[in-house]
Design a protein around this ligand. Structure first.
Ligand code: UDP
Ligand code: MG
Length: 139
């Protein structure tokens, strides 16, 4: 399992608020190389599949509605220790608890509309990257 790749999405709130450029700039300046990049949108069905691990949690239906409410940016990122370092860069799930300077502290408004996704393990980074990108779209 690769330990140098992670997967991210810039979520609909951050896209709608005009933060795509600032977030990608912060990601690349923090040492992550962009391996794959796509401006796209999730249908409710696709959002439900992506977050299937959370099915049954109280926030699941709202999460699916939110994640299919507008376009997103999906990306595979490469760096040593990518998964853990990217989780540090984005900060806590609840932006009010995120460290100052983290992407969620800077760009997120609430625990549900929290600007970015970051994979939580090497295994999920692989699964999530493959959800969006074929082998021909990774460089
Ligand atoms: N979420 C939410 N309410 C919660 C917990 C999570 O709306 O109480 C949403 C939020 O958008 C979060 C996503 O569900 O990013 C996935 O939750 P997870 O616990 O995996 O947080 P993450 O890994 O994104 O920090
Ligand atoms: Mg998670």
């Amino acid at each position: 399992m690769e330990s140098n790749k992670t997967f991210t999405m810039i979520k609909p709130d951050a896209v709608a608020n005009g933060h795509i450029g600032a977030i990608l700039d912060k990601i690349t300046k923090s040492g992550f190389k962009i391996v794959a990049l796509k401006y796209t949108a999730l249908s409710a069905q696709k959002a439900g599949e992506f977050y299937a691990v959370h099915a049954g949690r109280p926030f699941y239906n709202d999460l699916v509605t939110f994640m299919s409410s507008g376009p997103i940016v999906a990306a595979i990122l490469e760096k040593d220790n990518a998964v853990a370092d990217f989780r540090t860069l984005i900060g806590a799930t609840d932006p009010s608890k995120a460290e100052p300077g983290t992407i969620r502290a800077l760009f997120a408004k609430s625990i549900d509309a929290n600007a970015v996704h970051g994979s939580d393990s090497d295994e999920n980074a692989q699964i999530e990257g493959s959800f969006f990108f074929s082998a021909f779209e990774k460089f």
